[in-house]
Design a protein around this ligand. Structure first.
Ligand SMILES: Nc1nc2c(ncn2[C@@H]2O[C@H](COP(=O)(O)OP(=O)(O)OP(=O)(O)O)[C@@H](O)[C@H]2O)c(=O)[nH]1
Length: 387
């Protein structure tokens, strides 16, 4: 009887949701320890070998999931240096232990010290230094290597970060505009991990776009998946916000939000996460413009969207952000029904990114010429005095 009820209970037991089991890993905590230095040999003045360092090396096309699978113990301990001996008066140093991590990882200790950021293929950061070998100054005793846990915090590097509440059409747009194959369904939270799509242009220019899911009203209070994915926006050059012209309602117990309210709420969530995000260049897409009554609705809100800050006063504080994003473009589209809209958006995105790149270049040149000017000035001041 007991067995029977266990079997029945087992059947109805809430199963873990698939996405929770196979979740996208964007952080991993590992333990690193540099090798100990070998002892010296006082009798002959021998010096012990230095311990090996633990080094993280950035690689494209590798995920944190793979890093974890490659070493489930999550311990990286570099070999020690050899002791000095009669035959080898200088102990052989321990080899460095290198392991691969994805490009885009920031390495932080538990005390919050940032050890480095890996943004380019083959870049390296030393996570734990090996100890020095024993020599006269340390009494010929090898020193232990550094040892501490390190958090590998992955922030995707994409040119464009796509944000919107669930069901707005993020996946539909990403699929239409790039080669990505995200899941699409008529219910919220289909996307539970960031998807990256590549926008390819005829002249072979490529732009990456990350669909950042899971954002809902109240995410800053850790509702839903909270701000889990918003950290990825920090590294994008352009924010692409997408909202449904018909507004949004998470579920019947939540209020229905109009299109304008949705835009405000999204800005509010970004602001609550990091107000610096509001300084990013951005573009707003009003989606599902093929649905009934959408044009009338858009004509009604168009001006308000252009002068968003002026509309704030008409809305309660729960909806209203303190500041706003400045949209370079506000474009009505149908991501699902009108490929021409998608093509237009694709070209506008490229134009904005190209302009941004030009500005960045000019800024760099200005900085450089200022730097040269300063150097010249300083050199003049320090010219040797002729007697
Ligand atoms: N009529 C219409 N439906 C659309 C349009 N774009 C998306 N949809 C539909 O809206 C629903 C949600 O689309 P998704 O692309 O999955 O939305 P999402 O924002 O990625 O949703 P999450 O994965 O929950 O974050 C799907 O049923 C789509 O077919 C559009 O332009 N017009």
């Amino acid at each position: 009887m007991v067995r029977l009820s266990t079997v029945i209970l087992d059947k109805f037991k809430k199963r873990p949701r698939r996405f929770l089991r196979e979740g996208f890993k964007d952080s991993l905590r590992v333990f690193v320890q540099g090798g100990a230095g070998g002892n010296g040999l006082p009798k002959f003045g021998g010096v012990g070998g230095k311990g090996g360092n633990v080094i993280a090396v950035a690689k494209e096309n590798i995920t944190l999931e793979q890093v974890y699978k490659a070493n489930a113990s999550k311990r990286y301990i570099a070999p020690s240096g050899r002791h000095a001996s009669h035959n080898f008066i200088l102990g052989t140093p321990g080899e460095d232990l290198k392991f691969e991590v994805p490009v885009g990882v920031t390495l932080i200790t538990d005390l919050g010290k940032k050890l480095g950021e890996l943004n380019e293929e083959n870049e390296e950061v030393v996570l734990a230094k090996g100890g020095t070998g024993g020599h006269p100054k340390n009494g010929f005793l090898g020193v232990k290597g550094e040892a501490h846990p390190v958090k590998l915090d992955l922030k995707l590097i994409a040119d464009i970060g796509l944000v919107g509440f669930p069901n707005a059409g993020k996946s539909t747009l990403l699929k239409a505009i790039s080669h990505a194959k995200p899941k699409i369904a008529a219910y919220p939270f289909t996307t539970v991990r960031p998807n990256i799509g590549i926008l390819s242009y005829k002249d072979l220019r490529q732009i990456s776009m990350a669909d950042l899911p899971g954002l809902i009203e109240g995410a800053h209070k850790n509702k839903g998946m909270g701000h889990q994915f918003l950290k990825h926006v920090e590294r994008t050059k352009l924010l692409l916000m997408i909202v449904d012209i018909n507004g949004f309602q998470l579920s019947p117990q939540y209020p229905h939000r109009s299109c304008l309210e949705t835009v405000m709420l999204l800005i509010k969530e970004l602001e609550m996460y990091n107000e610096e995000l509001l300084k990013k260049p951005s573009m707003l897409l009003i989606n599902k413009m093929d649905t009934e009554g959408s044009l009338a609705c858009f004509n009604e809100v168009k001006e308000k969207l252009k002068n968003l800050k002026d509309s704030f006063k008409d809305y309660p504080s729960e909806v209203r952000p303190e500041n706003t994003l400045k949209f370079c473009d506000i474009i009505p589209v149908s991501a699902k029904e009108r490929p021409e809209d998608v093509e237009y958006v694709k070209n506008r995105l490229r134009n904005i990114l190209d302009v941004l790149a030009d500005l960045e270049q000019q800024e760099k040149l200005k900085e450089n010429s200022e730097m040269y000017h300063n150097i010249k000035q300083k050199m003049k001041e320090r010219q040797p005095v002729r007697v």
